[in-house]
Design a protein around this ligand. Structure first.
Ligand SMILES: Cc1cc2nc3c(=O)[nH]c(=O)nc-3n(C[C@H](O)[C@H](O)[C@H](O)COP(=O)(O)O)c2cc1C
Length: 437
């Protein structure tokens, strides 16, 4: 049953060459993630579809065999700063690692983006599961739980820095010549296990007060961090019952941190392949699959599972695999699905090629809307992170064919109710905790 007035939230996972590993080969598809005009077009479509946010991930190491948009991309905050100038409503989310950054730099960058965009910034706090980044920072990659210990403190420092300025601190009094009211700016004086940060930032309190925090970890420590600090969680799902269990598992952890379940929007990733008929949708997916380059797809699957899978005969059934520390939620969800559905390695490889381990739905606008509605109403999620297989066409299809059905059914906004990402998510603007008392 729907709670009256409960509305879906929608994000779009932006990869210029498409979320499908071979999306860029689809006729008419954009072929670069290093082209601002491609991402500007995606943002325009997102605003036409009244999306909550667009999301740019990041990786801190590259290899030629990766997904093309992972292999060659821009630093995401730089891209979002440019987009802030050409958009008016859609939230702007980007990844910054808690393992390979300083909290001061991250707090400052997202505070700046929040000002530049008039309240639309969102930080995806990730611990960086890929160990290759370490080689670019002269570091040894910390193990999984140690990364989360750092992340817990990192997020607190970032949020603390955002709280160092009270509203109204910049007074610009032309008569007295006072520019800043010193009573409204404080130091943080953080001295923790991993970070010592005095503060404040040289950036005043932002339009959202606290920019939005996104998270996507699904391990125990990942869920704990999300339950305590996240506003939006990107889930990796393949199955309705698993998604419902994951939703409850996350939300039931929140009261321990003094939070209500409604304070987090859980958005599973989904790649909708939309056709005017079932046959047309299936044909689109087959066309995309036909473009998959075996080497790239194998390397993507190996990277998701944290081990070389080319050693398995493709037509053998997938068997239980010990997953290394570096594997993440995708690996667990994909392996569980492969074992449940008795997939061969080739089937799993095709699944990965299609959506990098995310859930794929293929059908008409109505059948896709039906599925999304069922997941939303049965509380498997609070909305979706849409992963168009290619841009702009597959995103246009979703926005022009599926979104209107969700709107007609009263499940999704027809207009933005406010201008900030907090407004779209229905989250109040917080007062600085340093000044609230
Ligand atoms: C939608 C989505 C987006 C993600 N974006 C990034 C990213 O941009 N960079 C990154 O290093 N990890 C990214 N991840 C990986 C997760 O944030 C997380 O680090 C990983 O799942 C391991 O955490 P866990 O062990 O708690 O599951 C993403 C995951 C999902 C589901």
């Amino acid at each position: 049953m729907t709670t009256p007035g409960r509305q879906m939230h929608l994000g779009v996972f932006v990869l210029g060459t498409g979320n499908h590993i071979a999306g860029w080969r689809y006729p008419g598809a954009a072929q670069s993630f290093e082209d601002l005009s491609v991402v500007q077009e995606i943002a325009r479509i997102a605003e036409r579809g009244k999306f909550d946010l667009i999301f740019l991930g990041d990786n801190l190491a590259t290899e030629p065999g990766m997904h093309p948009s992972f292999a060659a991309r821009f630093e995401p905050l730089t891209m979002l700063a440019a987009l802030a100038a050409t958009t008016t409503h859609v939230g702007l989310g980007a990844t910054s690692s808690t393992t390979y950054n300083e909290p001061y730099n991250v707090a400052r960058a997202f505070a700046s983006l929040d000002h530049l965009s008039h309240g639309r910034a969102a930080w995806n706090a990730v611990t960086s599961s890929g160990g290759k980044a370490a080689e670019n920072f002269g570091r040894i990659h910390p193990e999984h739980d140690a990364r989360y210990e750092v992340a817990e403190e990192f997020v607190d420092v970032v949020r603390g820095l955002w709280d160092c300025w009270d509203d109204g601190a910049v007074v610009r009094n032309l008569e007295t010549g006072q520019y800043i009211d010193p009573a409204k700016v404080r130091t943080l004086d953080h001295k923790g296990r991993f970070f010592q940060v005095k503060g404040p930032l040289p950036t005043s309190r932002t339009p959202q007060g606290q920019p939005i925090i996104l998270q996507a970890g699904s391990s125990g420590p990942g869920l704990a961090l999300a339950a305590r600090t996240a506003d939006v969680v990107f889930a990796v799902v393949q199955d309705l019952e698993e998604a419902k269990a994951g939703y409850v598992a996350l939300k039931s952890r929140m009261p321990a941190f003094g939070r209500h379940g409604d304070e987090i929007a859980v958005l599973p990733g989904v790649m909708p392949v939309v056709g005017r008929t079932e046959a047309e949708a299936r044909e689109k997916l087959n066309t995309l699959q036909g473009f998959v380059n075996t080497t790239n797809a194998l390397s993507m699957l190996s990277s998701r599972l944290g081990q070389d899978v080319s050693r398995f005969p493709p037509d053998d059934l997938v068997t239980e695999l010990p997953l290394p520390d570096s594997s993440h939620g995708f690996a667990r969800a994909m392996l569980a699905k492969a074992l449940r559905d008795r997939m061969t390695w080739r089937d799993l490889f095709n699944l990965t090629g299609a959506a990098r381990g995310h859930w794929v739905i293929c059908g008409t606008p109505e059948t896709i809307a039906d599925t999304l509605q069922q997941w939303f109403e049965e509380r498997a999620c609070d909305g979706f992170n849409i992963l168009p297989a290619y841009f702009p066409g597959a995103f246009d299809d979703f926005v022009d064919m599926v979104v209107p059905i969700l709107q007609e059914r009263g499940l999704y906004r027809r207009e933005y109710a406010g201008t900030t990402l907090r407004d779209h998510l229905g989250l109040a603007r917080p007062r600085s905790r340093l000044f609230a008392s």
